[in-house]
Design a protein around this ligand. Structure first.
Ligand code: ATP
Length: 322
């Protein structure tokens, strides 16, 4: 049986994830800001040249949410993920995950954070699974290393494989599974030790569209069933159809968000609507979508006018000509 194929609609799943996450957090009031980045800056220096990979990135992800971070190559996605997963430290700003301050935590705390608080799924299947172990043994391994193996570990491994829809692969080695099956198994491995947050870096980068949808089904199942907060990083804008909130980053800054929500249409039928928002930081800065800038050939300077219920942005050239 594949739970992934029977996944209910997005709204039901998100509701279930929120309820489970609230129970896990000890109350809905503790839900705000499971992941918080505020004015996050990361500057790399190579051969005397500074590269500002993140220039004041803001991000808030609630406990139990499933979000995608999208951006073109070089926009800063890997840099954010490396910081959030505890592999790299930011230059300045705030980065907090599950109560851990990622700027100031000690090496010991960092190790505990990486072992117990977060789980990972990488793009390369070879980095997620050991080739000489079966799917079930791969899922059992982190539990055995944490001395939580035995019969209970075997049972949980089986449950997790069922949850992500690859229970039938339990006795197969990675080489006997498709790329999508391996990635779904990797999701089960990543949550074996019950992390609070799951980070997935381009988990569908090597897969075709249909197989990628199955992997997203597995991530949604884990999110809904276990209440784990899930953050997926990808360059693929199509991901917006797989999650409720997509955060786009551009030039190391949060640029816009796409929200998907269910609404009852005029004909009484439920429909999914997609809305795009620009993200305004605390200093009042926002990025205009690249398409808007191109469409009106905006550059250098724009003219802003405050209207009763909106702000108008016009080409600065126009006012110069007047
Ligand atoms: N270790 C580093 N040293 C110097 N510059 C770096 C380093 N890591 C990243 N950068 C630079 O920071 C910027 C953001 O890189 P990052 O890898 O985060 O982008 P990305 O969105 O993940 O891109 P991709 O999708 O190609 O992996 C780029 O200009 C990159 O060249």
């Amino acid at each position: 049986m594949s739970l992934v194929q029977d996944v209910p609609d997005l709204a039901t799943l998100q509701q279930r994830a929120a309820e489970r996450a609230a129970a896990r957090a000890g109350g809905a009031e503790r839900l705000r800001g499971h992941i918080v980045c505020d004015g996050l800056v990361r500057i790399f220096t190579t051969e005397g040249v500074e590269v500002v990979a993140l220039q004041g990135l803001d991000l808030v992800v609630d406990r139990g949410e499933l979000v995608a971070i999208v951006g073109a190559s070089g926009s800063g996605k890997s840099t954010v993920l490396n910081i959030l997963s505890g592999l790299d430290t930011p230059t300045a700003g705030i980065a907090r995950v599950a109560g851990y301050d990622l700027l100031t935590m000690s090496a010991r705390k960092r190790l505990r954070y990486r072992r117990h608080t977060v789980g990972f799924v990488w793009q390369q299947t070879g980095r997620n699974l050991l080739p000489y172990l079966t799917a079930r043994e791969n899922v059992e391994l982190p539990m055995r290393l944490a001395r939580r193996g035995g019969r209970a570990g075997r049972r949980r491994a089986m449950e997790l494989l069922e949850m992500v829809g690859v229970g039938y692969c339990a006795d197969r080695r990675p080489g006997q599974m498709s790329g999508g099956e391996q990635q779904r198994c990797a999701v089960a491995v990543a949550v074996a030790n019950d992390p609070e947050v799951l980070f997935a870096d381009e988990p569908t980068g090597e897969l075709d569209e249909a197989t990628a949808a199955e992997v997203f089904g597995a991530l949604r199942a884990i999110n809904a069933e276990l209440g784990v907060t899930v953050v997926v990083v990808t360059h693929d804008p199509q991901v917006a159809s797989q999650v409720r909130r997509t955060i786009a980053i551009r030039d190391g800054r949060t640029a816009s968000e796409v929200h998907r929500r269910a609404r009852i249409g005029a004909d009484g039928v439920e429909e999914l609507v997609t809305e795009e928002y620009a993200v305004l930081d605390r200093a009042g800065r926002m990025q205009l979508p690249a398409g808007f800038v191109d469409a009106l050939a905006l550059r250098d300077r724009v003219k802003l006018t405050l209207e009763p219920d909106h702000v108008q942005v016009r080409s600065g050239e126009e006012s110069g000509a007047a």
